[in-house]
Write a protein that binds this ligand. Structure first.
Ligand code: GDP
Ligand code: IMO
Ligand code: MG
Length: 429
């Protein structure tokens, strides 16, 4: 009996996609539970690159059923395009089903995302412009349209009409062009017809699988510090990427989540605006960006790079009750010289017990560092922990000791084979 949540333990892009692909072959179901196509999950197999935004990275395993859970934000157009693209790359895919409770992203959400960002001026969040915030706003405001309604033409028409009228008032207030109902309805009805066969009672299917003791893998999107509640608010996304989100976004209860693994880079990156105490706005930051090709999978934006923030990672271990760590991109730090890790923050000269709360405190706090010796050379061929240079092994041990959580897996390159399994008992066992 085992269920396993894979979450991003930092600010996203930790290599969750690679890990879901690696562990997906051991699962019967792979379930996305939050966010939408703001996510960009990369899988590289034998030199071929797959990019997933909405489709679970488990879909490449033909025996696995992939689920888009009720907590998700689904852009029907992007989903259909992504399925088509993935089928071009690999004609036979696993089965995909969608929860009727998942909410639909419409063009007015994307338009509002852009208009709201412009209105924020210097305080912009740096969103992915995928309409995610405005869609979740509708959900909370109780005017959103769910997949179960979207695929019922009679219900959909009435609901869309009411919502479009309401949204147009808002769009015009922000200086945008109103959306025309008829063409929108026509276009989206076609998508609804294509997606209708996928919309089934995923919650029952998932519950049956969990009760039957099948191995279920939950694919987190974004990262802990982009969580609406636990992140660096307001520079966050509008959903719950943390392990608790797996319960909310799928209907599986907390006692049925058995393991949680946190994926973390050996350094830190963030895209978009917001606090980043360990950011390296210098040559080392640029070296990490170059060596790690740190450009966004979804938007292509250069990712901001900095040292590993262990104070944040330790908090992430607590927030997600992590049973194990997956440290990725250890290869990228080769040749950068001595490596710093942040072990805490000082605010007004005082060491903080936890993390700062307000944007002002985040901006004013100072990272406290410890310096560790680095390593050099190509380490992507390492297949066991002992194959790594001693300094890299010591770095991994330092992270584990500081966080009080052991590594389940280490990653030394983007390909699925560039993976080191440290402790399999932390996975499903
Ligand atoms: P996700 O959003 O967490 O799935 O991560 P992304 O796919 O957005 O970004 C992770 C990037 O790192 C992708 O381009 C992966 O191919 C790549 N990657 C994954 N693991 C490693 C690794 O250990 N080393 C290196 N150099 N790249 C990796
Ligand atoms: P994956 O799953 C990194 C960031 C955006 C922005 C903030 C809010 O690939 O790790 P949104 O469009 O969600 O309203 O933007 O969140 N963001 C991500 N950053 N990886 C992601 O997903 C992200 N999804 C959203 O850059 O700062
Ligand atoms: Mg990503």
């Amino acid at each position: 009996m085992s269920t396993l949540v894979i979450i991003g333990a930092q600010w996203g892009d930790e290599a969750k996609g690679k890990m879901v692909d690696v562990l997906g072959s051991e699962a019967e179901l792979v379930v996305r539970y939050s966010g939408g196509n703001n996510a960009g999950h990369t899988v590289i197999r034998d030199g071929e690159t797959f990019k997933f935004h909405l489709v679970p990275a488990g879909i490449l395993h033909t025996e696995v059923t992939s689920i888009l859970g009720g907590g998700m934000a689904i852009c029907p157009k992007s989903l259909l395009e992504e399925l088509e693209q993935t089928r071009k790359q690999q004609p036979e895919l696993g089965r995909l089903i969608i929860s009727p409770a998942a909410h639909v992203v419409f063009p007015y959400h994307k338009l509002l995302d852009q208009l709201e960002e412009s209105a924020r001026g210097d305080n912009k969040i740096g969103t992915t412009s995928r309409g995610i915030g405005p869609m979740y706003t509708d959900k909370v405001q109780r005017v959103g349209i769910r997949m179960g309604e979207f695929v019922r033409p009679d219900v959909f028409k009435e609901r869309l009409k009411t919502v479009v009228e309401f949204k147009n008032r808002l769009i015009q207030l922000l200086g945008g062009e109103p959306i025309e109902f008829e063409p929108l309805f026509e276009e989206y009805s076609q998508y609804a017809a294509q997606l209708a066969p996928y919309v089934v009672d995923t919650e029952s299917e998932l519950q049956d699988a969990v009760q039957a003791g099948k191995q279920v893998l939950f694919e987190g999107a974004q990262g802990t510090f982009l969580d609406l509640d636990h992140g660096t608010y307001p520079y966050v996304t509008s959903s719950h990427p943390t392990a608790g989100g797996a319960c909310l976004g799928t209907g599986v209860g907390p006692r049925d989540i058995h393991h949680a693994l946190g994926v973390a880079k050996a350094y830190t990156t963030r895209v978009g605006e917001g606090p980043f105490p360990t950011e390296l706005d210098n040559e080392i930051g640029q070296q990490i960006r170059d060596q790690g090709h740190e450009y966004g999978t979804t938007t292509g934006r250069p990712r901001r790079c900095g040292w590993l923030d262990l104070a944040a990672l330790k908090a992430s271990c607590r927030i997600n009750s992590l049973s194990g760590l997956i440290l990725t991109r250890i290869d990228v730090l080769s040749g950068v010289g001595d490596i710093k890790v942040c072990t805490g923050y000082k605010l007004n000269g005082e060491l903080l017990k936890g993390l700062p709360y307000t944007t002002a405190d985040w901006a004013a706090c100072e990272a406290v560092y410890e310096t560790l010796p680095g390593w050099s050379g190509d380490i992507s061929g390492s297949r066991s922990r002992e194959d790594l240079p001693q300094t890299a092994q010591d770095f991994v041990s330092f992270v584990e000791d500081f966080c009080g959580v052991k590594s389940a897996i280490l990653s030394v390159g983007p390909d699925r084979k560039e993976t080191i399994f440290c402790d399999r008992s932390l996975l499903w066992g």
